[in-house]
Design a protein around this ligand. Structure first.
Ligand code: GLU
Length: 415
């Protein structure tokens, strides 16, 4: 039976989170009022010529939440479940995420209601270009900078950059991040969400005294989840369970992550991987660390109690519902919140923009060194707020974010 909290859209949940944060800090009413809605919200209709000659009209969104710290920043999601509430929530979380890692960017997010797996490559390219045509006037390296998100990738960013530059009449690589390396992408951006996650997890494991032989389960085997599995396995963690949209598998002795990636490549999913057991439900499986790398509301009031992990790591955005968050906190489960845990992606997006602006490119080692420092500093700042306010890491991260955004607003005279 769906609970009341599940029926409520993600944006309502995000607003409640803000209200909770606000009660703990002193925030002017004038600032709070401005943080309750996106500064601009675009809904567009994108006509796409399909391969069979017909025209299909897709609905797209771009939510520009807050730009007091810098240009709006955030990915574009192609998914059948994209909706207004989700895009708004994601854009608010981008605002907090950029502030948590201290980069000079605001928050935005975009999406198109589509299952890209049902489109041919040509249709997908025309949809990607159509999206840029529809929101062109509202994008720019100093205005709003998209990036990949769920079911979008560097190839799509390449088409989008090309369309933007054609309409503009000159180069502007900093308008979009997560680009292919050949057209201004950054080294390490492809796996930076997971890499940032590994730095954060190492900090958390040290503070929470988790042993290195901890058993890890990973929900989601897309860009973030599969790279996280790979990086953690290389660090010696045992990856005992993995799931994707088509199934879940378990192996107590640990999965061979490279072989699993090859299996997924070949069969389209992680299910039926040789030597692993089929798993009904990854959320409640036997593990010490549960990495959530799929979509919002994967953990809800219905399944929160089944969690056996001591640590829940939010590599996806908003994977734990607000109700489940309280249940887990009550049960003593530590949650590493999304706006810290997965901020490595946007952090390297920022590095990508910096390289584009100076037209001078860094080595992979340079990018990783800068990323590690940035994530360590963010972790320490979040931990400090958690201790100071005697609260959860989630609220510690939100307090830090709102403090930083509010300061920028004050300095602009917006209080
Ligand atoms: N889509 C990623 C996120 O949710 C990356 C955003 C970006 O790089 O702008 O953080």
């Amino acid at each position: 039976m769906p609970s009341k909290i599940q029926k409520e859209g993600p944006f309502e949940g995000a607003l409640k989170q803000l209200e909770k944060t606000r009660k703990l800090i002193s925030l002017e009413e004038n600032i709070y009022a401005q943080l309750k809605a996106p500064k601009r919200f675009l809904q567009v209709s994108i006509p796409v010529r399909m391969d069979n000659g017909s025209v299909r009209v897709f609905t797209g969104y771009r939510s520009q939440y807050n730009d007091s710290r810098g240009p709006y920043k955030g990915g574009i999601r192609f998914h059948p479940d994209v909706n207004e509430s989700e895009v708004k929530a994601l854009s608010m979380w981008m605002t907090w995420k950029c502030a948590v890692v201290g980069i000079p960017l605001g928050g935005g997010k975009g999406g198109v209601i589509v299952n890209p797996r049902e489109l041919s490559v040509g249709e997908l390219e025309r949809l990607s270009r159509g999206y840029i045509q529809a929101v062109f006037a509202f994008l720019g390296p100093q205005l709003d900078v998209p990036a990949p998100d769920v079911y979008t990738d560097p190839k799509i960013m390449g088409w989008m950059l090309d369309e933007y530059e054609k309409l503009l009449g000159h180069h502007a690589p900093g308008v979009i991040t997560g680009k292919p390396l050949s057209i201004g992408g950054s080294a390490a951006r492809g796996y930076s969400t997971a890499q940032g996650g590994v730095y954060v997890l190492s900090n958390a494991a040290a503070k929470l005294k988790l042993s290195k032989d901890a058993k890890v389960a990973i929900q989601g085997f897309g860009n973030a989840g599969s790279n996280m599995a790979d990086l953690l396995a290389k660090k010696g963690y045992k990856i005992v369970a993995v799931s994707d949209s088509k199934g879940a598998i378990y192996k107590a002795k640990g999965l061979d992550v490279a072989a699993l990636a090859a299996h997924k490549q070949k069969t389209g999913g992680v299910a039926n991987f040789a030597g692993a057991q089929k798993l009904e439900d990854i959320i409640g499986c036997d593990c010490d660390i549960l990495v959530l790398a799929a979509l919002e509301n994967s953990v809800t009031l219905e399944n929160a109690k089944s969690i056996k992990a001591k640590l829940v790591f939010e590599l996806a955005n908003g994977p734990v519902s607000p109700g489940a968050d309280e249940v887990l906190a009550g049960d003593g489960v530590s949650i590493i919140p999304d706006i810290l845990a997965n901020a490595g992606g946007v952090a390297v997006s920022y590095f990508e923009q910096a390289q584009n602006a100076s037209n001078y490119y860094w080595t992979e080692a340079e990018v990783l060194q800068k990323l590690e420092k940035l994530m360590n500093d963010a972790f320490d700042a979040v931990w400090e707020r958690k201790e100071k306010y005697k609260t959860t890491l989630r609220l510690g991260a939100h307090i830090l974010a709102v403090e930083r955004v509010a300061q920028a607003m004050r300095d602009r005279g917006l209080n």
